[in-house]
Ligand binder design. Sequence first.
Ligand SMILES: [Zn+2]
Ligand SMILES: [Zn+2]
Length: 120
Amino acid sequence: MRCPRDGQKLESENFCGVIIDSCSYCDGTWLDMGELGRIVGVNKDILGGEPVKPKDLKDRPPGQSLLCPRCGDVKMDPVYYSGKKKVIIDKCLACEGIWLDTEELKFVIRAAYEAGGGAY
Ligand SMILES: [Zn+2]
Ligand SMILES: [Zn+2]
């Protein structure tokens, strides 16, 4: 698979016992369906799921609507990781994989722990 931001090849990496695909160029991470939940120790990848408000998107890197690296021509949608914490990640609604930009994996893990290890 290739990075949806810069087209570099994604490399497999063991993260907390889960094999993830990451880009060594921009430090982004691709997670297949279920992998994020395994990393943070909950049985759901996404907590929350309401549509993202435009004002919450303004701090994100430009060039939105990334294409899913697994599906190829499917655009990913920004979604809130959690209803309480405004962490926004890109999700492919077709394969349910998730793209996390450089710092977002950390934010997501922190949000999950702050939410009490999964209790939404
Ligand atoms: Zn990249
Ligand atoms: Zn996909």
